[in-house]
Design a protein around this ligand. Structure first.
Ligand SMILES: *[C@@H]1O[C@H](CO)[C@@H](O)[C@H](O)[C@H]1NC(C)=O
Length: 82
């Protein structure tokens, strides 16, 4: 995925043209690369070694998804008590 993206942006050295190459409205190729190659790759990384289910104290066994990894790793600390 990275090679494809690098090759896409490598087609020009002009900074203005590079901005155009990164805009999926003006260069649909970048949208295709991201959706068909980069997203599945990130999903595979997030799912690697992920257990099928997790034990939820209330619900019981709950199916694990890549998105659970995103949520768990982006949680902020609870607000400090006033
Ligand atoms: C992408 O290109 C479209 C069409 O030219 C334009 O309307 C839009 O503002 C551009 N987006 C960015 C982030 O520059």
């Amino acid at each position: 995925a990275v090679d494809l993206i690098m090759a896409h942006f490598g087609t020009s050295r002009d900074p203005v043209e590079k901005i155009r190459l990164g805009n999926s409205s003006r260069s649909p190729t970048i949208g295709g690369i991201v959706l068909e190659h980069l997203c599945p790759t990130i999903q595979n990384i997030l799912q690697d070694g992920l257990r099928d289910h997790k034990l939820d104290l209330i619900i019981g066994h709950r199916r694990n998804h890549a998105w659970n990894v995103v949520e768990a790793s982006t949680q902020t600390a609870p607000p400090a008590a006033k």
